[in-house]
Design a protein around this ligand. Structure first.
Ligand code: CS2
Ligand code: MG
Length: 405
């Protein structure tokens, strides 16, 4: 064994929102970073890493990524779940960062090199009303984006998923001792949302990829009805139409509509999506390195999906740190069945804490040529932003009963 892990450190920082980062250091002076951020439950992963995983990593051979992954997965006994898989993900990303640095190449070269020239990304147009969304779409198209997700406030409802006060960034978690509560009416949503897509296509045409996130809120029949009704607007994908754990629901949706379906940001292992993929019940799989066991496991899911013509559409919201986004980009540029990458730009503050080599150019992201992931965490700067407890919102129907946020 040439070298070993001599230090495993968890860094929790809050440059505008909380992030959990693991930094590993080897005896021959290499370091690697991994993202372990779980929005609204960050300290659960930080503790899992600090108290249970980091002591096991010190002394291990950093080269043995597969053995370490299996050791942490099988060794937990209590397998799967978001907290365990975020912790394993952070270790996995950091070890791949080290291995690629040792090889002196960007990670994507170790994953088989480039399959494409750049990673097409989608931006998030949203607004309080349809005209505002249309203006936002125009801004993204002017900025070179070829894919845009649209979200709009629903008349009669207070706060709706995906509509941000501050135009550019959308961060749903709010600092406080209790979650914010919002109200929802599927009827009002279903009556209104088709007019959004009609207006977007009328003003901006069909020359770009149009996406929408229903954010887990419909029943299978409601989702089938919506998918069918909006087929003429040719969406690139309708995301999370129903709660993802109910995999049979997607059979009903698929029987009634050819609007493509994207699901998976809440999944954390291949077993969560195995049937959805093998029965072609979805068109895009949205797992992301931080929530689904790291580079190793997301690569396994993506390659399994490729057998069934399912493409990737990795989750890339602001609660995925630049470390996770960098890892996703190295996978995106090297996988045969890449579909699209979500890109919710981080704040300046966050980008200063996480210096990185990936860059945006005319609708595409490029992972950069730095050895490793091409991202780091400035621990001194990170220390200036202490953790602040924040919850994702909860959602109730108009009659007060709990619904999906
Ligand atoms: C959303 C996310 O980006 C998306 O598609 O579903 O904004 C999601 O709500 C957050 O990542 C939750 O933390
Ligand atoms: Mg989503």
């Amino acid at each position: 064994m040439t070298d070993s892990i001599i230090n495993a450190k968890v860094i929790v920082t809050c440059p505008g929102r909380n992030f959990v980062t693991l930094r590993l250091e080897t005896s021959d002076g290499l370091t690697g970073v991994g993202d372990g951020t779980l929005n609204g439950r960050e300290l659960a992963v930080a503790t899992y890493l600090q108290d249970y995983i980091c002591p096991l990593l010190v002394g291990r051979d950093p080269e043995q990524i597969n053995d370490t992954w299996q050791y942490l997965y099988r060794g937990a006994y209590w397998r799967r779940g978001p907290v365990t898989m975020c912790a394993i993900a952070a270790v996995d990303m950091a070890l791949w960062d080290i291995k690629a640095k040792r090889a002196g190449m960007p990670l994507y070269q170790l994953l088989g090199g480039r399959a494409r020239n750049g990673v097409m990304v989608y931006g998030h147009a949203n607004g309080r009303d349809i005209p505002q969304v249309l203006d936002e779409v125009a801004a993204y198209l002017d900025h070179g984006y070829q894919a845009v997700r649209v979200q709009v406030a629903i008349p009669g409802l207070d706060a709706v998923y995906g509509v941000s006060e501050n135009r550019t960034f959308y961060e749903p978690a709010t600092v406080g001792e209790r979650p914010q509560e919002s109200t929802w009416s599927t009827e009002a949503y279903l009556r209104f949302i088709p007019s959004l897509f009609e207006a977007v296509r009328e003003r901006h045409g069909f020359g770009f990829r149009l996406l929408h996130d229903a954010h887990h809120r419909l029943t299978p029949t409601e989702a089938a009805k919506l998918g069918k009704r909006i087929e003429d607007y040719d969406l690139f994908w309708l995301e999370d139409p129903t709660p993802a754990e109910d995999q049979d629901a997607f059979r009903i949706i698929k029987q009634h509509t050819v609007t493509p379906i994207a699901v998976g940001e809440v999944f954390n292992t291949i077993w969560d999506c195995q049937r959805l993929i093998s029965e072609r019940l979805i068109d895009f799989i949205r797992v992301t390195p931080v929530h689904a066991g790291g580079v190793s496991h997301v690569k396994r899911i993506a390659e399994y999906a490729d057998l069934y013509g399912v493409r990737t559409g990795f989750h890339g919201a602001t609660d995925m740190s630049p470390v996770c986004l960098a890892a996703a980009l190295h996978l995106d540029i090297s996988l045969p069945n890449f579909g699209l990458q979500e890109y919710m730009t981080h704040t300046e503050q966050t980008n200063e804490v996480f210096p990185h080599s990936y860059r945006f150019e005319n609708g595409f992201l490029h992972p950069g040529e730095e050895p490793g992931l091409g991202v780091d965490i400035d621990e001194k700067l990170a220390a200036r932003y202490p953790y602040r407890k924040a919850y994702l919102p909860v959602n109730r129907l108009l009659d007060g009963s709990m619904h999906n946020w």
